[in-house]
Design a protein around this ligand. Sequence first.
Ligand code: ASP
Length: 333
Amino acid sequence: MSSVLMINTGGTICMTRSENGYCPDRTAFREALSEMPELRSPDMPRWDVLDAEPLLDSSNMTVDDWNRLGSLVADNYDRYDGFVILHGTDTMAYTASALSFMFEELGKPVILTGSQIPLCELRSDGKDNLITSLLIAGSGRVREVCIYFGGELLRGNRAVKYSADGFIAFKSPNCPALASAGIDIRYSDSLLLPPPSGTFRLQRLERNPIGVIKVFPGIQFELFGSIMTESLRGVVIETFGAGNIPTSAAALLPIMEKAFKNGTVVVVCTQCPQGTVTLGAYETSSALKNAGAVSGGNMTTEAAVAKLYYLLSKNYDTRTVCALMEQGLRGER
Ligand code: ASP
């Protein structure tokens, strides 16, 4: 029988209503777990549960929390066949992306899940999300960081939060689901990452100063000049379409030059949920290309942010960070 470690970080799945709105409630969550006979079914893997400290609304997740979570998995890696991480939906795609890079040579399933309605409430979607995640984590079929939510198993670093209130809260528009859970759980084996060739390692992340700029009509790039200092290590620019920015506002160029001089890595992602950045396809993206920006391809902003943290934490030089940014490391592009 396989064994799974469930790590509870917080999020709606373990919340109850307080006078200031929903907040994590360890006792209510443990009670709700004990009231689920399915979890004691002989068809379930053997599981243990561990609470992260403190339990969080995932809006409060930081790089330090990712490191603590990474350590919890790494410290227990040899003892379990798979891991389920209960997490708030708001930043689940960021955490899944971060863990996908932090876990080098991962050879076991790490499944993030949560819910839109607390487990202790009527009509909670947490029940299926939890049960199916445990089954997937115990199956040994995947060796990567995934999100299971609303019937689909998604590659973690391809997922985005798509709905604030629907039960299908996540999508991965540039990568098909790795598995669908209907009557059976059907895996798309050809999409899964291959087994690792080395030994599992945890790369901890540094709190590197990075930023995200979303382009919009009328954007005054000069306003961002003041953040382009030597301490800014990386910036993701969320552009229109295939990597386009308003070139009529020539103000971006001096800012890009500043970034280049300071060794700040500039990554271009698209605001479109689907499709890819192709720098130079239009005149309106050539300026970025000529100024040394790197293409994020079809990476999500979540994955680009996590990858920047990761590559900068490896202490590579700027040229190497830029080169690796344009390569797929964990199926993220
Ligand atoms: N605010 C919650 C969180 O991300 C939302 C959720 O879990 O659905 O922790």
